[in-house]
Design a protein around this ligand. Structure first.
Ligand code: ADP
Ligand code: ADP
Length: 239
């Protein structure tokens, strides 16, 4: 079942830099897809077109058979609510508690004034505890985010994404600043979201070796073009 479809997608930035060119990519529901490529190959651009942080210049992007490229207002908010984002630099509110950071994944489910006042339901507070237990940080609820290690902060970011009840989780170089041991714990947390809830996960990585360990499928970008696309059983040692 086709879930996400990039159809001949091109992206040229206002300054003329080509971000993406002629991308055709179909992603079934529940896939764990890793996108590999050097810095500047277009990985972030590809990811950011999917939640409409960037608009494309040509082609089309479909989710569940619906083009998303002209979404506005409520449709756009719903799209973004369904997509959890994880960044290289964690993007937590450093001086806020872990609980508050994780609850912010629910913000899209509240009215503006309720979320501004931090009026979250008891059920969502309970869900926060469960989300943190899933990533092994159940006891860190009231710790300030900037008192955690990098790996712990990234796992808080995974818990926050989980709180969105996402259909898709996008992780842009989530382990680039982490040591190997922590890297595996964060990758495992992402894999669990995929295994336990069927969430479609797309991860940008530098390392093909790491990609092989977790991906169902690996695609490669170079200069904004798709140059490689294999399911994990097709990947060979010479790739
Ligand atoms: P990656 O994530 O693989 O490092 P990017 O998607 O960030 O690659 O970048 C792809 C290309 O687009 C690069 O040449 C980069 O310099 C360029 N680029 C990215 N963002 C912008 C921007 N906002 N304006 C102009 N060019 C950009
Ligand atoms: P990341 O590696 O986290 O994707 P980058 O260093 O590629 O971040 O980009 C940081 C910011 O600068 C982003 O907003 C990106 O869109 C923008 N950017 C990247 N490359 C260029 C470029 N060549 N010209 C203008 N802006 C760029």
């Amino acid at each position: 079942e086709n879930f996400i479809e990039f159809k001949d997608v091109g992206k040229v930035y206002p300054n003329g830099t080509v971000g993406l060119s002629h991308i055709n990519l179909t992603i079934p529901k529940g896939q764990f897809l890793v996108v590999v490529g050097l810095s500047g190959s277009g990985k972030s651009t590809l990811m950011r077109t999917l939640n409409r942080m960037h608009d494309i210049s040509s082609g089309d992007i479909m989710i569940d058979g619906q083009s998303i490229i002209n979404y506005k207002g409520k449709q756009l908010r719903n799209l973004r609510r369904k997509i959890g984002m994880i960044f290289q630099n964690f993007n937590l509110v450093k001086r806020s508690s872990v609980q508050r950071n994780v609850l912010s994944g629910r913000v899209g489910y509240y009215s503006t004034w309720r979320s501004a006042l931090g009026l979250f339901s008891q059920a969502d507070k309970q869900k926060t505890v469960e989300a943190l237990r899933r990533v092994g940080l159940g006891e860190k609820l009231y710790t300030r985010a900037d008192q955690l290690s990098g790996g712990q902060q990234q796992r808080v970011a995974v818990a926050r994404a989980f709180m969105q009840d996402p259909k898709i989780v996008l992780a842009d170089e989530p382990v680039a600043s982490l040591d190997p041991l922590t890297t595996d714990s964060v990758m495992n947390d992402l894999k669990k979201l995929n295994d336990d809830f069927g969430i479609t996960v797309i991860v940008n990585l530098h390392s093909l070796e790491l990609a092989r360990k977790y991906a169902d499928r690996i695609v490669g970008l170079r200069g904004g073009e798709l140059v490689y696309d294999k399911t994990i059983d097709q990947v060979t040692d010479t790739d």
